[in-house]
Design a protein. Structure first.
Lengths: 422, 303
């Protein structure tokens, strides 16, 4: 299978892919695209905050109004005049009337919202928020702490408590996560882990989908342009398939290594300083494992995508035939992303050992927790076994498929190819 | 001495027998024509010779050995359905296809340049294939077939789509290769062309070899009952004559088939007796086309 012909095909693939403009563009574009995705999310969130909101706070007692004003006046948004807040004092019945009168102002957005704090709030902290769009929480979430503080201050006043007691009662529980691993000291855990989870999972997902799809289309193109028969007069179908897949794998692994270069530098040098709460738990051995896992994943999926490409002679048909394969990438991706809530759940453990899914789930788990060495080795062995099991079958379909043109074959026919002498 | 011996070759797809127990030989140093109409089984036969398809049964022996990778390395194959990488450059394409055959280095580059010059494509060597015209792409494909200096050549309809000047150039190169002692197989449905260039033929119809051997011998065998004539006068009296099996008017000439070989002289006598002015009386010429129609027709009648 590996000989000068395979080598010639690999060289051609590298020339067409690795040393091409497309490679340089993709290498630069994907990180831009990924950061773009994050940036868009942040942008959308910040835009969802109201510009210059105008809020009316109505309290049942003057005391609440006064205390609340004191608190809110300290907000930078209020100081700068960005938030316009007015205060009124009304009892429940007159408030109902007032609300009726203000309905028009609310609907034509002269007023962003009305907060009503009844006296009962001093017992049950129940506050009402009236707005045409009450689920727009960023604004309310912003003033909520001030309301809480004002209510607590009034509640404890005259109850023989020192300011220290009040501060303690008011304080929230602050959780610092510590990650327990087998051989190291207890380490403080930061936001870095979640970032690595998303980063590596996204990279794996996008790179696999992209390289699978592009390989499929290039096989369809070779079939369509009839270059296949010329190649087959020199080399066997197996050599063509092996050469193509190895060419793609080398190109993609090189690209991934380039993308990971900043991370490798980050964890092996002290050239970059990160904010203190972003601590990367991963080390160089993880990056090496990740590249290894990516190589196995590429061999598996690129091989399968190439096989699907060999079955069809135009891109539309191939696209409609490839969705089961896409699910094999999308489904584990969704599991991997959901790991953030519990990387030790039984679903996480099982899917990090199953064929195909473990290719995405296992590296994701590793970014969050320490996985027993035995499980890690088992997942690698299982994936290698699957790879060696499917390749002969894929090769058979490929050898027959690349010579079949004309009508779109049925799956039952493809099954027959497996039994056919090429 | 035969270069290629094919024995009892059979290949079935689903329910269709594409090649049915085919046997023929290709002698050393010959130009061999594999002829038959479209869908007769020519391409399937060639693909089995090229080891692209595995035959269901039968043997293909090239110079004493079963065909395999060695054979692939020493053959140049121009498939009927042409194709090259569209985005690849002309020169890269030639070197790549040559490398697949195991030939690399300066000699190949030099030869590639020579062929490009001969086909007047040297200025396009760095163009992408897709930038060339169809005819020029075909020339590149032809060069790639012969660049690695194969001992054995298989051309499937090599002249289709070429203008007369390039057809001539191609023919010239093919004849040069014949003079160098290379074995050349043509697969074609154009009988005129096969007749002009081939020494040996195998005629295939519905997967079966219906005729096989030296072209001259085949023609002799069929000729002795066939006469083609040019004349002035009326030959309608021949219709219904007991010695005549069949008459066919080709315009300029008329083909007459007698029932027995010895009746040819009798036919000439009859024509003279009936005052027909005979301008040409050719008793050994029969075109391959006529042979093919008669043989393929016979097969069809048997089915």
């Amino acid at each position: 299978m590996f000989n000068r012909r395979t080598l010639a095909i690999i060289k051609r693939e590298l020339k067409a892919k690795l040393f091409s403009k497309t490679f340089i563009i993709m290498t630069l574009l994907v990180p831009v695209f990924m950061f773009g995705l994050f940036a868009i999310q942040i942008l959308v969130y910040s835009v969802s905050e109201e510009k210059n909101p105008n809020v009316l706070i109505i309290s049942e007692t003057d005391e609440i109004s006064q205390k609340l004003k004191n608190e809110l006046d300290q907000y930078s948004e209020v100081k700068s005049g960005n938030y316009k807040i007015s205060y009124e004092t009304l009892d429940t019945t007159s408030f109902a009337l007032r609300l009726k009168n203000l309905r028009a102002d609310l609907l034509n957005e002269k007023l962003t919202g009305i907060v009503y704090i009844p006296k009962s709030a001093l017992i049950n902290k129940n506050v009402r928020y009236y707005s045409p769009n009450p689920s727009n929480r960023p604004l309310f979430d912003k003033i909520k702490p001030a309301i809480n503080k004002a209510l607590i201050n009034i509640y404890f006043e005259g109850k023989q408590l020192t300011q220290k007691d009040v501060d303690y009662a008011r304080g929230n529980v602050d959780i610092t996560g510590y990650r327990i691993t087998k051989n190291e000291n207890v380490k403080e855990q930061g936001a870095g882990n979640l970032i690595t989870l998303f980063l590596f999972t996204f990279l794996l997902y996008m790179a696999l989908l992209f390289s699978g799809q592009s390989t499929m289309h290039s096989v369809v193109e070779e079939k369509g342009s009839r270059v296949m028969e010329v190649l087959l007069s020199s080399a066997s179908g197996t050599e063509l398939m092996a050469g193509k897949i190895i060419g793609v794998v080398i190109t993609q692994v090189a690209q991934m290594a380039i993308w990971l270069l900043p991370i490798i530098l980050l964890i092996t040098t002290s050239w970059f300083a990160l904010p203190a709460d972003i601590i990367f738990q991963i080390d160089l051995s993880f990056v090496i494992y990740f590249l290894f896992d990516y190589t196995i994943a590429l061999l598996t999926f690129v091989g399968l995508f190439a096989t699907v490409g060999s079955i069809f002679d135009n891109s539309q048909d191939a696209q409609s035939g490839v969705w089961p394969l896409m699910m094999l990438i999308i489904f584990p991706f969704l599991i991997a992303i959901s790991l953030q809530s519990n990387p030790q759940s039984s679903i996480a453990k099982i899917t990090s050992l199953l064929p195909f899914t473990s290719l995405l789930v296992m590296p994701a788990r590793l970014t969050l927790v320490q996985v027993p060495m035995l499980e890690l080795i088992a997942s690698i062995v299982i994936n290698l076994a699957v790879l060696f099991a499917i390749f002969p079958l894929a090769g058979k379909i490929y050898r027959v498929g690349i010579l079949v043109t004309g009508k779109k074959p049925k799956w039952s026919e493809v099954r027959k190819w497996l039994a056919m002498k090429a | 001495m035969n270069a290629l011996e094919i024995t009892n070759l059979t290949k079935t797809f689903e329910n269709v027998t594409a090649v049915d127990n085919a046997s023929f030989e290709v002698p050393e140093g010959s130009v061999f024509g594999l002829i038959g109409r479209n869908g007769a089984g020519k391409t399937t036969t060639i693909r089995m010779i090229m080891n692209i398809y595995q035959p269901d049964s039968g043997e293909i022996i090239f110079r004493g050995k079963n065909v395999g990778q060695d054979f692939k390395d020493s053959v140049g194959y121009l498939p009927e359905e042409r194709g090259l990488y569209k985005k690849m450059r002309v020169f890269d394409t030639l070197l790549f296809l040559s490398e697949l055959k195991g030939k690399t280095g300066k000699d190949i580059s030099k030869k590639a340049n020579e062929y490009l010059k001969r086909f007047e494509l040297l200025d396009r060597k760095n163009s992408k294939i897709e930038e060339l015209s169809k005819g020029n792409q075909q020339k590149i494909q032809f060069i790639s077939t012969i660049l690695h200096d194969p001992e054995f050549l298989i051309f499937d309809e090599p002249f289709s789509g070429l203008d007369p000047i390039n057809t001539d150039l191609l023919r010239q190169i093919i004849l040069e290769m014949k003079d160098e002692g290379k074995v050349i197989i043509f697969s074609t449905h154009l009988m005129d062309f096969a007749e002009k260039m081939c020494d040996n033929i195998a005629m295939i119809d519905r997967g079966k070899i219906i005729l096989n051997g030296e072209l001259d011998e085949i023609k002799m065998k069929f000729a002795n009952r066939n006469v083609s004539i040019n004349y002035e006068g009326d030959i309608s009296f021949l219709k219904g004559n007991p010695i005549i099996e069949n008459m066919e008017d080709f315009g300029n000439t008329t083909g007459i088939k007698v029932k027995k070989p010895e009746q040819v002289q009798e036919l000439l006598k009859l024509l003279v007796e009936h005052n027909v002015i005979v301008k040409k009386f050719n008793a050994d010429e029969i075109s391959l086309h006529e042979i093919f129609v008669s043989q393929a027709g016979k097969e069809a009648a048997n089915v």
